[in-house]
Design a protein around this ligand. Sequence first.
Ligand SMILES: [Zn+2]
Length: 131
Amino acid sequence: MKGSPVPSARKEGRPERDPVIREFLLAFWKIHILHHAEEQGVYGHWMLEELHHHGYRLSPGTLYPLLGRMVRHGWLRAAKTENVRDARVYRITPAGSNVLKRLRASLRELQGEVGGVRTAPSKKSRPARRS
Ligand SMILES: [Zn+2]
């Protein structure tokens, strides 16, 4: 699919420079990660590609510290590997599942308010109130 990328994430993520990334997109990415970690577990490299498919081009230098923070929060655990050079698989923890559950509820709520496809222009226009 050659969809147009998310405009603000077209360039490689520099969380420390781009306030949109720092304030919003990092959170989106973390939700993605939790979701996939719950489904099957994720490798860092796979996750980079997955986010890339969604139009987010972040670098390993952004992703790996982010995974590390999620591990430190106890939301993910990184499986031990035989060899230090082997890719580690990250899986969700029970705490991470709880977080994801909360976030899903918030996402639904947000989607209903902000992201919903409007069926018809709302006629129930509320009079602007002064308070
Ligand atoms: Zn995804």
